[in-house]
Design a protein around this ligand. Structure first.
Ligand code: AGP
Length: 615
């Protein structure tokens, strides 16, 4: 996905837009560009590569100062990351500039029509057709907002569009379908952005836009309409975090900051959800208790790290509620013709709330009559808006592409949902729920203790920087932790890493074991289901006998693993189902440190983006 910023007001549009793009660069960094209205004309610059390349270009060739402008950071979909494919895109007369996030699926036929009408399109992108279409409509109606409405009605696919026209120097117009766009409202100024982080330094008054909406920004106000020109669908809200939360706070990387914020994020996600008697009060779960009592199946849909959170949630949901729970990759879900009905509860887990695969999965579920509960970290995003209910994780903004604090808070939220289902359906008694809630309340401190003992993990990671592969094993809830540890290493260190269910090793993967291959093993508590513990200790012996270098994550006091651990990483003892909340943290630190040792860009790994808003 991409980062988009628009501004109209009395400040320097270039300064505001560039600062906003800096805060959105995590959303995509293949190229960047800006356009500013000044002196009756439109001036712009755009460069392939990171934002710093655009900054250099603007120093060499400054733009005229103006109070209206737009900008873009790109994650390439159509056309490579080149200067020519960078946004903004202009019409042939250079009077319209537009930036875009998403995919215009019918751009090829639109492009052909435009060429027949004499337009010369110079890029490989889908976006450029919009600039030419806007120019055509504007020449007839002389109103950019109306031109945008007319053009949007012709587009198919997912898009956020923000445009300016030199003939309307104090207007910025935006539009959204299935792609994020939020409005910031200031004193005599207004902002458009993919994420509030772009304008949080100027205002915390935001407007969430509904589906198929066009928004017109002027210095004195904001006007929202539907694509059909009808009344707008918009909701004002106050952003509940400040600009410091969107900055690194002294850390070298956002990821390091966000790993360190996990104790607070876990505690914040519990806040306000447990009444003085220790029972759950999930008011925002707006699905009536009667409907929850009739649920016969739970289906979790998510991607990537959020999917791993869903895999762990399955163990808690089934253990505490006895309701069958399926966990599905959102990108596969709707294509397998799933069996869904009004007695199905779908839980859509998403940090950004904009992941297209997950959004399309929940839409499909709702079309089949299922109830959808979102677990999301981004207020005002699309997935909670299109769900029947939402349980927000209170992790605060997560900027680093590799998800860390969002993952831990997704687990906490899923445990709360599972407990709430148990409470509503009577499969968990009040005292049992209070006992788990007390355990959850202790996790923040436990994570803090883990973070205080990570130096050996960093040293180990640095010593493995030249390795080509690391394997990860786990059983029960430790298996999704192994998958998550492998994903972190893949996306940060760009190395082969694979997670396995330890019991599956002997069915093939054990052939991968050779001398000194590093294998991380997440060991379940011996105090829980001791059979699981004993079996994984056997698995450690099996791989060690074949030369593996064993890196064992085990709880304090577990002495059985000591003889077989080349490296032993201790975590606080926790109840079995909650162990992922502490066992994951060393794997986050491990991956981050190994990536750093390899000289990789930790916050913005290659080829990735923070939220993937295309299917
Ligand atoms: C995790 O480190 C990745 N950034 C990625 O797998 C991410 O979890 C996935 O794209 C889902 O994103 P979401 O939670 O915003 O929907």
């Amino acid at each position: 996905m991409c980062g988009i910023v628009g501004y109209v007001g009395s400040q320097s549009a270039l300064d505001v837009v560039m600062a906003g793009l800096k805060r959105l660069e995590y959303r995509g960094y293949d190229s960047a560009g800006v356009a500013v209205l000044a002196d009756g004309g439109l001036a712009g610059a755009k460069k392939a590569g990171k934002l710093v390349n655009l900054e250099k270009a603007l120093v060499e060739r400054p733009l005229l100062a103006g109070g209206t402008g737009i900008g873009h950071t790109r994650w390439a979909t159509h056309g490579g990351p080149t200067d020519g494919n960078a946004h903004p895109h202009l019409d042939n007369a250079g009077r319209v500039a537009v930036v875009h996030n998403g995919i215009i699926e019918n751009f090829a036929c639109l492009r052909a029509e435009l060429a027949e009408r004499g337009h010369e399109l110079v890029s490989e992108t889908d976006t450029e057709v919009v600039a030419h279409l806007l120019a055509e409509e504007f020449s007839a109606c002389a109103d950019l907002a109306e031109a945008m409405r007319l053009v949007c009605r012709r587009l198919e696919g997912a898009f956020t569009l923000v445009a300016v026209h030199a003939d309307e120097p104090d207007v910025v117009v935006g539009a959204r379908r299935n792609s994020p766009l939020v409005v910031g409202v200031g004193e005599g100024e207004a902002f458009l952005a993919s994420d509030v982080a772009a304008f949080i330094a100027h205002t915390r008054s935001a407007i969430e836009l509904g589906q198929d909406q066009v928004v017109e920004l002027r210095r004195d106000g904001v006007t929202v309409t539907g694509f059909d020109g009808g009344p707008g669908d918009a909701r004002s809200y106050h952003v509940d975090w400040d600009v410091s939360a969107a900055e690194k706070g002294g850390y070298d990387y956002f990821m390091l900051k966000e790993i360190a914020e996990q104790p607070k994020a876990v505690a914040d996600t519990l806040l306000g959800r447990i009444d003085p008697a220790g029972s759950l009060t999930l008011d925002e779960v707006r699905i009536p208790a009667a409907a929850l009592r009739e649920v016969e199946k739970v289906v979790v849909v998510a991607c990537g790290t959020a999917f791993h959170a869903g895999l762990i949630a399955k163990y808690a949901i089934e253990h505490w509620t006895r309701v069958p729970c399926e966990v599905e990759l959102a990108s596969e879900f709707r294509y397998r013709d799933p069996i869904l009905d009004a007695r199905t509860l779908v839980i859509a887990i998403s940090q950004s709330g904009e992941t297209m695969d997950t959004l399309m999965a929940l839409r499909h579920a709702r079309e089949q009559g299922a109830k959808v509960l979102a677990v999301c970290n981004t207020n005002g995003s699309t997935i909670p808006r299109e769900s029947d209910a939402v349980l927000y994780t209170h992790a605060g903004p997560e900027v680093a592409v590799a998800s860390t604090k969002a993952f831990l808070t997704q687990l906490v939220a899923c445990y709360l949902v599972a407990l709430y289902l148990g409470q509503v359906r009577g499969t968990k008694w009040g005292d049992e729920i209070r006992a788990v809630v007390r355990d959850l309340a202790d996790i923040s401190g436990a994570v803090e203790r883990v973070l205080e003992t990570m130096e050996p993990v960093r040293e180990l990671a640095r010593s493995l920087a030249d390795k080509n592969t690391v394997l990860f094993l786990g059983r029960h809830v430790g298996y999704p932790v192994a998958l998550e540890g492998a994903l972190k290493l893949k996306e940060l260190a760009y190395m082969h890493a694979e997670g396995f269910a330890a019991g599956e090793l002997k069915h093939g993967p054990i052939a991968l074991i050779e001398q000194d291959v590093p294998v991380v093993v997440v060991v379940p508590s011996p105090r829980g289901r001791s059979v699981l513990h004993d079996k994984i200790v056997s698995n450690i012996q099996e791989i060690r006998a074949r030369g593996a270098r064993t890196i064992v994550i085990a709880e304090e006091g577990d002495e059985a693993v000591v003889p077989y651990a080349d490296h032993l990483i201790r975590v606080p003892a926790t109840p079995t189902l909650l162990q992922p909340l502490v066992a994951t943290v060393p794997l986050q630190v491990f991956a981050c440190e190994l990536a750093t040792a390899r000289g990789n860009e930790v916050d913005q790994p290659r080829n990735l983006a923070k939220s993937v808003t295309v299917e």
